[in-house]
Design a protein around this ligand. Structure first.
Ligand SMILES: Nc1ncnc2c1ncn2[C@@H]1O[C@H](COP(=O)(O)OP(=O)(O)OP(=O)(O)O)[C@@H](O)[C@H]1O
Ligand SMILES: [Mg+2]
Length: 293
């Protein structure tokens, strides 16, 4: 297996995902040898704000002094670089073909964040083989050591790429908007991750709500159905309120938290980062982390 080719003093992101159905969350933790916190941001339904959240949460963590790396795992339609006004010459497609190493495609973003850009418009990348995906994760292992937080921006949907990157993370944040289709798709995503990948713990972040009670109601509905039909736990980690400045930031290709730090959404991002910083995944022996159980 490819993992053997890499030094064993680095974090391992390859929890035998090829036969993931048999891998427990504990096993994931056992392989990890660093304190890097690995968080996937995912959604089921598209367009609910994953990429905006990854960029802003990453920036907010950076403001807290954390070294942040963002992996754009929306491999066929990556647009994190556009959101940040970056123009990468190389991207993850070059790592997959073996032309470049991760270090050679890493971009400096604003604040304390670094970005691994994806490509856009290469359809084959939406259907990577297990070997290709493991290659990305193994390459990532080689540079991840000095990183405090790795954020993974997944594609929408329940493709094997999406599942694979979620399964590689310690924490899975499911982003949901207050609308029935988004709620249904978030449920479907958690169902597949639970049944096929043994993921039992999810964090829920409601985006685009008008106010906190509307956001909490989304959590209540989802957890009620999940309690009844799925063997999972959902932790509510808060909300990012609808804020026109987010779209304005996108048009300016700047992070809203950076250019409009006092606007409503920026305040939500800052407090989300602070709260998450206060509740890291439980460490296991040797200072390593495992998934929250
Ligand atoms: N809190 C918010 N308030 C207002 N607009 C928002 C907010 N969050 C995201 N948006 C807007 O929603 C749109 C979609 O956001 P984004 O691209 O981040 O979603 P996504 O989930 O990554 O989409 P995809 O599934 O296509 O990758 C963008 O135009 C963005 O400006
Ligand atoms: Mg996106």
């Amino acid at each position: 297996m490819m993992q053997k080719d890499y030094p064993n003093n680095v974090i391992s992101l390859i929890p035998k995902i090829a036969d993931r159905k048999t891998v427990s969350p504990q096993e994931k933790g056992v392989n990890r040898r660093s304190n890097t916190r690995i968080i996937a941001i995912t959604s089921g339904k598209g367009g609910v704000g994953k990429t905006s959240i990854v960029a802003n949460l990453g920036y907010a963590f950076g403001q807290l002094g954390k070294k942040v790396l963002i992996l754009d795992a929306d491999l066929g339609l990556g647009n994190l670089d556009i959101l940040l006004g970056l123009a990468p010459k190389y991207n993850l497609s070059h790592v997959i073909t073996g032309e470049k190493k991760m270090t050679e495609i890493t971009l400096e973003g604003p604040g304390n964040i670094k970005i691994l850009p994806a490509s856009s418009g290469i359809q084959e990348l939406t259907l990577l083989t297990t070997k290709q995906r493991d290659h990305i994760l193994a390459e990532l292992d080689l540079l991840i050591e000095p990183v405090d937080i790795l954020l993974i921006d997944t594609a929408a949907g329940i493709s094997s790429n999406v599942m694979h990157f979620n399964a590689a993370a310690q924490e899975i944040i499911v982003v949901v908007a207050p609308e029935p289709t988004s709620i249904t798709d978030a449920y479907a995503l958690m169902k597949v991750l639970s049944i096929n990948y043994s993921e039992k713990h999810f964090k829920l972040l409601v985006n685009l709500a008008a106010n906190s009670s509307e956001a909490y109601e989304v959590f209540r509905q989802l957890s009620m159905v999940a309690d009844r039909f799925l063997d999972i736990s959902i932790e509510y980690i808060g909300n990012i309120l609808f804020d026109e400045k987010v779209a304005e930031g996108v048009r300016l290709q700047k992070i809203v938290t950076q250019v409009f730090p006092h606007t409503q959404a920026s305040r939500c991002f800052a407090s989300l980062a602070k709260n998450m910083d206060k509740s890291p995944p439980r460490p296991i022996s040797g200072g390593r982390y495992q998934s929250l159980l």
